[in-house]
Every structure is written in structure tokens, then in C-alpha cells.
Design a protein around this ligand. Sequence first.
Ligand code: SAM
Length: 306
Amino acid sequence: MTGVPHIPVLRDVVIDLLQPAPGKRLVDGTFGFGGHAREMLAAGAEVLGIDLDDDARRAGEALADEAPGFTLVTASFRNWGAVVKDAGWDGADGLLLDLGVSSLQLDEPEKGFTYRADAPLDLRFDRTSGESAAKLVARLDARALADVIFEYGEERGSRRIAAMIKRDREDGSVATTGALREAVVEAVGTGAHLNAVLSRVFQALRIAVNDELGALREALAAVPEVLRPGGRLVVISYHSLEDRIVKQWLTKEQRDCLCPTTIPICVCGHQRSLNVITRRPLKADAREVQDNPRARSARLRAAEVI
Ligand SMILES: C[S@@+](CC[C@H](N)C(=O)[O-])C[C@H]1O[C@@H](n2cnc3c(N)ncnc32)[C@H](O)[C@@H]1O
């Protein structure tokens, strides 16, 4: 870990939306290195930080020593309902998800999140449970691996890449980020698009080993129970798969009835639970993108519970 990073993505927008203040209880479901959480604490809010990563836990424990209003829980945000209850809170006034991988995780080659350095191919946020990316690749046949790369990486060359990964490898596996990179190079060459393809392949494996989309869906489903009336949800996504899930869920939750229009009266009984605040996703401005290129793909959506 290289210390407290950067200005967090869309910092001012997040703070404007969550309005941290004394007496407010906010949950940062993706604490990371605490960029957003520190801003909330500085404004006087009480903050519950959640993360699965080991370094995030250490950073959170250090922050808890300095800031009495802060607690760090090592858990998945998919369980934030239980985490909030266990903390003795009767609900939260705000929830934040700043999804995906942090720049410091990418900067630490030994975590195996980046194709820019050679390290064991792991890609788990929580390395104490579940299957590493190396094991996943070894377990899947070429067809199933191609499906993962296509579905979670939206990579059109998925079949060719999966075939190269599995080809000529005795146990059908790649153990390191370097070996995976080599297989991708064999499949697509070293042209200008190589880095984009590598990003998509690594993204696909990361999403699969961490069940990132499943965790997001579960976390969203719990929002109406976790947030107090008037409480706000803010989600920052970094790729279209996540943003689509958030958008579709928000659209559903702001409608009273979900029956098909061909049915004359409502039989589903669904009731709207929130108002969407951001009709379109908010994005970082050119200046922020220049300072922090990762902010380029950030899409922020927010809603308020009724
Ligand atoms: C983009 S970073 C958050 C950065 C943070 N907002 C900051 O300002 O430092 C995303 C973080 O979410 C964590 N994470 C990813 N999936 C998670 C999950 N299901 N539950 C808890 N934390 C998760 C990662 O370990 C990572 O630290």
C-alpha cells in the first residue's frame, strides 16, 4: 500500500448527494482506502465502512483509531443489511457503492489484478475464500471460458482467446497474469488494441471469481430495508454491465405496478420504494478525468427512498 490516495472519484457529487452532517449515519459499502469515507467523517457523519480487501481492512482500522465516528467491517456489501443491524443501527441515512477495483489494488502487482506485471492469477477481493482466477480457468473448458469472457468482458474475440488459453497447457490452466497475457497475445497479436482486450479479459475473470454482479443485485435488493425514509443511495459503476443492473433496478423500484400492459388490473402488488434523483448518469468532468484517468468510465446514479 502506498498511503492514502488521490481524490476519490466524483467526490463533490457524492458529498452533495449524501449530505454528510452530524447526526447522520452513512454506509460506505466499498471503503477501499477511505477516500469517500474520510470526506463523510470530516463533515461530522458517523460512518460504517465495508470492504473485503486486506489492505482496506488495515487502512480502515487505522482510520477507526483516529476517527471515533468510524467503524470498519470486513464483509461483502451484499450483506450490508446484516452489517448495519450488527452495528446496532436501526437503518442508514445514506449508502455508497463505488464499485470495482481500487487504483491501489491495481498498483499492487502481487494481488494479480493487473496484466501489467507478472503475479499469481488470483483476482479475488477476499483471498481467504472462493476460487482464484487460475483455478476458475483450470476448471472451465474452452467453451465455458469463452462464455465468461464474452458475457462479463463483452469481448468479441472470446472464443479464440479461450481456445489459446486452454491450448497446449497440460492441465488446461494459466497460473500467472503473465501466462494469461501471453495467451491473449497469441490470440490477438500485439496491435494497438491489445491493452483493451487484456482489460476486458481481466475484467471478465474478476467479475466471475468475485460474483460481482450477483453481489450488486443482492445489495440493491436490500436497499429499501437498510435506508431510512428520505435516505439516499449513490452507486458509481465503471462498466456497462454494472450500470445496466443499477439502471434497471432503479426503473423498477420507482414504479408502482410491474404487470405487463396487457393486464387490465394490477396483480403484482408492487409498490414504488424510491425516487430516482439522477435521470441520466452523472460523469466526471474533463479536469477530473485528466487527473484520474480511471474516472473516465465512472457513471453515478442516485435515488432517495420514499
Ligand atoms: C473503487 S474501490 C473504492 C474506493 C473508495 N471509494 C475510496 O475512495 O478509496 C472499490 C473497493 O470495493 C471493494 N469491494 C469490491 N467488491 C466488494 C464487495 N462485494 N464487498 C465489499 N467490498 C468490495 C474492493 O476491495 C475495493 O477496495
